[in-house]
Design a protein around this ligand. Structure first.
Ligand code: NAD
Ligand code: DAU
Length: 336
């Protein structure tokens, strides 16, 4: 199947931008990014991409005529665009419904009309959470049980994709990935928030006890899995992406503090997130066995060292958004 032209929604966000860089390195594809540049989108993340390979369209995934026009001239769509932050969804869920649900519906109608291959990017959060000692991990048959407004809208979007596959024969795949880390991640998220706090001389903030477990994966491993699924995945299927990277938040924070030359207890514990999911864990054996995919970044300490260096060397990329982000956290804390 030809994939000479790919439409990447949300390509100015963290994972979308890393995926664009991955395609530049690993394919000859021409890329169109559709991104509305919310607070989370940053065109500077695409600064080094050759102009001959990239076209950027600033626009909204709920804009049906625009989406129809762009989908009509592409071979495949990979849909990253979303409101992605749980904390924000607890304070103002409406943009999550618009972008994550209506936006996905708008894209599905366009790919249906033009019979274009579609890959939907989703999250392990659709499955809810696990007990710390549960021997099971999430698989593609785990029942949906989302906890937050964010994860509920992502679950809704996955179900729309499944319905469009079954009812209308849309050629779509879905991937549900665990927590990503790496360069170009917005400073609202756990790892970059703590790294940039330390770089600015502020103490990191740990929610609750810090015993909540996330299953960390380097963003480049997410990109390689998505590209593999787009090229060789079975249409109609859901693939779970994870790299066996379970760690609790306290362990991750202590690792960051140690790598940055700080005392490992130099952090504050703050009010816990409402409805905070306890543990995510992905069983990626289908992806490994069917497509032969393997993560390359197996050592989180090495991945974090690189990520810390990236934030240290690229303060120009994140400094402008830092004070606004911390201001938003302060207002959310007051509103609780
Ligand atoms: P992000 O918030 O960094 O980026 C989202 C991008 O989408 C931004 O560039 C933003 O401007 C754009 N966008 C938002 N609303 C839009 C709209 N209405 N129209 C067009 N563009 C819009 O998010 P991320 O962390 O890169 O996540 C990307 C995708 O991956 C999301 O679908 C998310 O659910 C999924 N995901 C994220 C993770 C993670 O750990 N971050 C893990 C699994 C899945
Ligand atoms: O699991 C995939 C999901 O991972 C994606 O679908 C989401 O888009 C992405 O944001 C991420 O969700 P989390 O809520 O797990 O990520 P976040 O970075 O917000 O938080 C990670 C953990 O760290 C979580 O348990 C909450 C905690 N935390 C977070 C922040 C911002 C803290 O302890 N302190 C903090 O300051």
């Amino acid at each position: 199947m030809t994939m000479e032209r790919i439409l990447v929604t949300g390509g100015a966000g963290f994972i979308g931008a890393n995926f664009v860089h991955y395609l530049i390195r690993h394919s000859d594809t021409k890329i169109t990014v559709l991104d509305s540049l919310t607070y989370a989108g940053n065109l500077e993340s695409l600064r080094d991409v050759p102009e001959s390979r990239l076209k950027v369209v600033i626009g909204d995934v709920v804009d049906a005529p625009l989406v129809d026009e762009l989908v009509g001239t592409t071979d495949a769509v990979v849909h990253f665009a979303a409101e992605s932050h749980n904390d924000n969804s607890l304070h103002d869920p409406k943009p999550f419904l618009d972008t994550n649900v209506v936006g996905t519906y708008t894209l599905l109608e366009a790919v249906r009309r033009h019979d274009v291959r579609f890959h939907h990017i989703s999250t392990d959060e659709v499955y809810g959470d696990l007990e710390l000692d549960d021997p099971n991990r999430f698989t593609d048959t785990t029942p949906y049980n989302p906890s937050s407004p964010y994860s509920a809208t992502k679950a809704a979007s996955d179900l729309l994709v499944r319905a469009w596959v079954r009812s209308f024969g849309v050629r779509a795949t879905i991937s549900n990935c665990s927590n990503n880390y790496g360069p170009y991640q917005h400073v609202e998220k756990f790892i970059p928030r703590q790294i940039t706090n330390i770089l600015q001389g502020t103490r990191p903030k740990l929610y609750g006890t810090g015993h909540n477990v996330r299953d960390w994966i380097h963003v480049d491993d997410h990109s390689s899995a998505v590209w593999e699924i787009m090229r060789r995945g079975t249409v109609g299927k859901t693939y779970l992406i994870g790299a066996d990277g379970e760690k609790n938040n306290r362990e991750v924070l202590e690792m960051i503090l140690g790598l940055m030359g700080q005392a490992t207890d130099a952090f504050d514990t703050v009010t816990d997130r409402a409805g905070h999911d306890l543990r995510y864990a992905i069983d990626a054996s289908v992806l490994r066995e069917e497509l032969g995919w393997r993560p390359e970044h197996r050592d989180m300490e090495a991945g974090l060292t690189e990520t810390i260096s990236w934030y240290r060397e690229n303060a120009w990329w994140w400094e402008d958004s830092k004070s606004g982000t911390e201001g938003r956290y302060l207002m959310q804390e007051v509103a609780q």
